[in-house]
Design a protein around this ligand. Structure first.
Ligand SMILES: *Cc1c(COP(=O)(O)O)cnc(C)c1O
Length: 366
């Protein structure tokens, strides 16, 4: 089977470095805070070309804490793409605000700016720009709308470490950026982890305080916060991996370019279209086939692992039925039947990529 993801293979490459760091932490006993966390925050801010980075416990918390720090009026509406992982929407409702779903385009599956514009009301206070599958949203269009209606932009960067829009690293193009280091993400820890990046000094201070019980010093709590920390072992693992992330990302891009150039079976397969002004980091490589069940059976028979991201558009999820926003006309509400993710990652060998391309090209024509 060609693996969708191969974390043990990646570990073998960085084993010495990772083992030494973890051993150091075990011997020193500094599991929370300390130099690994502060070094990682410094390095990751630099990697994102952002002024500040605040480590938190996971990507969902990064979103929730960012929304809390932005201090929206109770009952504000926040626009979220209808095709994403549930966290992008959950963070909004958990903070007591209302999710308003907007559609995604059929080229790269990120927010459709025209549809965002249609969904704005007097209560709208922010847009969650999800750089889905590693492809940056059209930040020019989104910034234009945000300026016009005085909205905040929260970037959900959980799938897009190192992605760029017109040469700028994503994360601090909007007001605040939220990252996940879930193990399977492009930059993944060995457990849960997340980070917030921003160029705004006040937001950096506020998010750090929220994540750490609202305190400015030990036992001096200014407001009620919560506990959401990136722990030292995860920070140490991330620091080791940060040395390789560019190489691994370039490898992803190289594989994606081969898929884009060499998959010729256009009668069956719709490939994504990558905007000319972005660096897409291909967290996933997602294509469309309108007889997905049969296509997936074919991939399985040929030992090509695959996935569906995501099989149920957010407005249709049981969890969001109460919002009553299932809209038949949305791309997201129709195309969730057709999306298929094929293997992507630095673990793939050239021969495996060639094999995947050949098999997809051999898929019987309609
Ligand atoms: C993974 C993911 C998250 C949440 O990250 P966790 O670290 O798992 O909480 C949020 N948004 C998107 C788009 C994701 O893919």
């Amino acid at each position: 089977m060609i693996n969708f993801l191969d974390l043990p293979k990646q570990y073998r490459l960085i084993k010495k470095d990772v083992d030494n760091s973890i051993k150091d932490i075990l011997e020193n006993g500094s599991f929370i805070g300390g130099s690994y966390v502060s070094s990682f925050e410094k390095e990751f801010a630099k990697y994102c070309s952002a002024e500040h980075c605040v480590g938190v416990a996971n990507g969902t918390d990064a979103l929730e804490i960012s929304i809390e720090a932005l201090n929206f009026k109770k009952g504000s509406e926040i626009i979220v793409p209808a095709n994403s992982f549930i966290s992008s929407a959950e963070a909004v409702t958990r903070q007591g605000h209302k999710v308003v779903f907007a559609d995604v385009n059929l080229y790269n599956y990120t927010l459709d700016a025209d549809d965002v514009r249609r969904r704005i009301t007097k209560k709208t206070s922010a847009i969650i720009a999800v750089h889905l599958y590693g492809h940056p949203c059209d930040m020019n269009a989104i910034k234009k709308i945000a300026n016009e209606f005085n909205l905040k932009i929260i970037e959900d960067c959980a799938q897009a470490h190192g992605a760029e829009f017109e040469g700028e690293r994503i994360g601090s193009i909007g007001d605040i950026g939220c990252f996940s280091f879930y193990p399977g993400k492009n930059l993944g820890a060995y457990g849960d982890g997340g980070a917030i990046v921003t160029n705004d000094d006040e937001l950096a201070k506020k998010t750090r305080m929220i994540a750490n019980h609202g305190r400015i010093a030990k036992y001096d709590h200014v407001f009620e916060g919560r506990n959401s920390r990136l722990d030292s072992i995860q920070a140490a693992v991330l620091l080791c991996k940060l040395k390789y992330i560019e190489e691994w990302t370039d490898r992803r891009i190289n594989i994606a370019n081969r898929y884009l150039n060499e998959i010729k079976n256009k009668n069956q397969i719709t490939l994504p279209k990558i905007s000319h002004n972005v660096r897409c980091v291909f967290h996933l490589f997602v294509l469309r086939n309108n007889n997905r069940k049969k296509f997936i059976e074919y991939l399985n028979t040929n030992n090509i692992s695959n996935g569906i991201h995501y099989p149920i558009a957010l407005p249709k999820l049981e969890a969001f039925k109460y919002l009553n926003q299932h809209d038949e006309h949305m791309n997201a509400n129709n195309e969730d039947k057709n999306l298929v993710s094929i293997p992507m990652g630095e673990h793939l060998t050239d021969d495996e990529v060639t094999y995947i391309i050949e098999k997809i090209n051999d898929y019987p024509q309609k």
